[in-house]
Design a protein around this ligand. Structure first.
Ligand SMILES: NC(=O)c1ccc[n+]([C@@H]2O[C@H](COP(=O)([O-])OP(=O)(O)OC[C@H]3O[C@@H](n4cnc5c(N)ncnc54)[C@H](OP(=O)(O)O)[C@@H]3O)[C@@H](O)[C@H]2O)c1
Length: 309
């Protein structure tokens, strides 16, 4: 099969190569890939026990080609989207991917394309876990999202609005109308040193909660949270709590599978919009990765392997 691979541990280069389709074990699924979501971590999230050449990529959508004998909930022919992070036999930038049945795998609603489905697993999983940490924030509360025009932030605005929260977010000025179109009341420019004052003018006393998506945004986000409010850092910034603000990272011990299934259905039903800045041919995958690595993608970039994705 054709796959974008790393040929050995410790090298940075990713190249298109012909490699064998990996055989599955009894607890694994072989997926024929139709579309791949591109993320900033794709080229370096590799497991310690990776077998080389290793196809990179941590999410995608396709059709179940074969299931191991111990796999019950999935059947050949099922349309699925999934997170394939840290799979020893390789990731999703390939014509076929092997994934453990225990991974985060969700069915694709009949009306949803593989392209849109492939854009959701990582961003959806991440924002749903971040929101689960803010579960106690009531309807009518205010939230600030740092990095609101990217893959996670665009979902975050819409899901926060669906909870009845009032939303503000940061992005470059060219994306402000777009943030408002998704439901943000206030859009601020993170390049402008005055942005925290603009958030505090919008919500005197500070917002009830903040979600810091991009790296190095947690301290600034915390500064616009009211005393005793909530902060979730998606980027993994280390930030000390102050003024009674409860600051934490994204929880890993919550199961958001059912929420991700519901999110797929909401997208299928038109209640949630998935922004795909561009769908690339599979052969142009490295261009897509370069764009995402600029941290200035609007929503997602997706690779299409053709076949009516
Ligand atoms: N904890 C987890 O499980 C987990 C999982 C996945 C990802 N992540 C983290 O999430 C981040 C990626 O999120 P994503 O996929 O949404 O990113 P993304 O799609 O690359 O986000 C790009 C957006 O971020 C905005 N942006 C760039 N720099 C910014 C800054 N300094 N302040 C505010 N906004 C800024 C850009 O806005 P403009 O273009 O308008 O300037 C662009 O719209 C990474 O840091 C990654 O480590 C964490």
């Amino acid at each position: 099969m054709r796959a974008f691979v790393k040929q050995a541990a410790g090298i940075d280069t990713v190249e298109l190569a012909d490699v064998p389709v990996p055989p599955i074990d009894e607890d694994e699924i072989l997926v024929r890939m139709y579309a791949v979501g591109v993320g900033i971590h794709d080229s370096y999230f590799l497991p310690g026990d990776a077998s080389y050449p290793y196809p990179i990529g941590i999410e995608g959508a396709g059709v179940v080609e074969e299931v191991g004998i111990d796999v019950s909930p999935h059947r050949t022919g099922d349309r699925i989207a999934f997170v394939s992070s840290m799979q020893p036999k390789g990731g999703t930038w390939a014509e076929y991917a092997v994934v453990k049945a225990s991974a985060l795998i969700v069915p694709i609603p009949d009306g949803l394309s593989f392209t849109v489905a492939a854009a959701l697993p990582v961003a959806g999983n991440t924002i749903l876990r971040a929101l689960s940490a803010l579960g106690e924030v009531p309807s009518g509360a205010s939230v600030f999202i740092a990095g609101a025009s990217g893959a996670i932030g665009t979902l975050g605005i819409q899901l926060a609005r669906a909870r009845g929260w009032r939303v503000s977010g940061s992005a470059s000025p060219g994306n402000h109308d777009y943030l408002r179109s998704l439901g943000a009341e206030l859009a601020v420019d993170y390049h402008d040193p005055d942005w925290p004052a603009q958030v505090r003018a919008w919500m005197p006393g500070g917002v009830d909660a903040a979600i810091a998506v991009q790296p190095d945004t947690s301290a600034g986000s915390l500064a616009v949270v009211r005393d005793g409010g909530e902060l979730v850092s998606i980027s993994g910034d280390q930030v000390a709590s102050e003024r009674g603000v409860h600051a934490r990272g994204v929880p890993y011990d919550v199961d958001v599978r059912d929420d991700l299934v519901r999110l797929m259905q909401q997208v299928d039903g038109g209640e949630v919009h998935v922004e795909i800045e561009r769908t690339h041919r599979f052969d142009d995958a490295l261009d897509a990765l370069a764009k995402v690595q600029t941290r200035h993608a609007r929503g997602k970039h997706v690779l299409s392997l053709g076949k009516g994705a």
